[in-house]
Design a protein around this ligand. Structure first.
Ligand SMILES: NC(=O)C1=CN([C@@H]2O[C@H](COP(=O)(O)OP(=O)(O)OC[C@H]3O[C@@H](n4cnc5c(N)ncnc54)[C@H](OP(=O)(O)O)[C@@H]3O)[C@@H](O)[C@H]2O)C=CC1
Ligand SMILES: CC(=O)N[C@@H](CCC(=O)OP(=O)(O)O)C(=O)O
Length: 321
């Protein structure tokens, strides 16, 4: 029986990890008394008694918690942004390559990717790895996300009067989707750039919508960014080959005139799963890659559990995410 501690169990991500683990027979969850949840000594005791500790905390608290770990056998999986570009930490996106997977299998420090970053990287990394997309290119990406991505505070502002999701909060300004991070220094930019090996960070526009969860991350692929002329179907072929056999990342068939759901992309279609769906849209040389995921699933707690399974040697096909 593996011993698991969730530091930050009461938060949005922590609660979801806890709920996923609570259904399992092969793990024992080490609980912290609510009044001690910010007590370093008690957290250190539980971290060092665990086989795996999940950090579901703000960045500064995650750094503090990681430093409390002195047991060389304890594996830390950090959901925060704090360690995602740290070379001493594995980056927890095993679908990228066998090297990424091996580092998760053998490492004791695993950084769980950011939700927007997961969507961007899943679409772009294979094109760069295949030598089709230039590393020195400029990319522009937008991501539509549900408000749960903003954690407890944003959820509370959208649900202020306990109203239905179609009537967010008390404030009419929350009714429309809202572009944010307009200072162009979103916290996921460093991992997007580093993991893909891009010389420049993309221009990234996240947009938060008046619904709980689900995300669609779209990147335009211009011809002058490619090392050779390619069509949308060529790009689709590269992505399909890269993710062939993947349990959680699915490349959907290319359609020149996509029918989809009422003619539009549904950012919620992967909700309640650990899946990501990769689409290629466009005609001829006008190309867009879009990735759908649950920001709380493959974008957070699902990915965290998948990484735990890999790190503990639990068969990924067991369905235990
Ligand atoms: N929401 C999402 O979609 C995603 C979030 N993440 C990341 O996961 C982490 C947690 O985010 P999220 O769950 O959304 O955040 P929440 O705000 O929902 O929860 C954070 C939790 O951390 C606790 N906490 C804060 N400071 C400390 C501390 N010093 N010691 C112990 N506990 C502390 C909070 O307790 P209290 O409420 O009592 O202050 C709260 O329970 C963040 O780093 C975030 O970036 C990652 C992927 C997706
Ligand atoms: C709607 C919203 O605010 N979303 C958050 C992303 C979710 C998150 O916290 O990202 P991490 O995976 O890095 O923790 C944001 O864009 O900052």
């Amino acid at each position: 029986m593996f011993k698991i501690f969730v530091d930050g169990e009461a938060g949005t991500t922590g609660l979801q990890i806890y709920e996923r683990l609570a259904k399992r027979q092969d793990v024992e969850i080490l609980r912290i008394q609510p009044e001690l949840r910010k007590d370093p000594a008690e957290r250190a005791r539980l971290i060092n008694s665990s086989d795996v500790t999940f950090l579901c905390l703000p960045d500064a608290a995650a750094v503090e918690s990681a430093a409390l770990c002195t047991n060389p056998k304890t594996k830390i999986i950090d959901a925060s942004t704090a360690h995602r570009t740290n070379p001493d930490w594995a980056y927890g996106l095993p679908e990228l390559s066998s090297d990424f997977r091996k580092q998760i299998e053998s490492g004791t420090r695993i950084a769980n990717p950011g939700c927007h970053a997961t969507g961007f990287i899943l679409g772009v990394y294979p094109l760069i790895a295949a030598g089709l997309l230039q590393k020195n290119t400029d990319l522009a990406t937008y991501s539509l996300t549900g408000y749960s991505g903003g954690g407890k505070k944003m959820i509370a502002s959208y649900e202020a009067d306990g109203a239905q999701q179609s009537h967010p909060g008390e404030s009419p300004r929350l009714f429309a989707p809202r572009p944010y991070a307009l200072g162009h220094h979103h916290k996921h930019l460093p991992e997007m750039q580093k993991i893909c090996g891009l010389e420049n960070a993309p221009i990234f526009n996240p947009i938060v919508g008046p619904y709980y969860k689900g995300m669609a991350v779209s990147t335009a692929i211009f011809q002058n960014a490619l090392t050779k002329s390619a069509t949308a179907t060529d790009i689709q072929d590269v992505l399909a080959e890269h993710y062939d056999g993947s349990r959680f990342v699915k490349v959907l068939p290319y359609e020149e005139e996509p029918v989809l759901d009422a003619g539009s992309l549904d950012p919620t279609e992967c909700n309640e799963t650990n899946e990501a769906h990769v689409y290629v849209f466009g005609k001829g040389k006008s190309i867009q890659v879009s990735v759908i995921l649950d920001n709380l699933g493959k974008g957070a707690s699902g990915a965290a559990i998948q990484n735990m399974n890999i790190a503990l040697g639990i068969d990924e096909s067991s369905g235990l995410v």
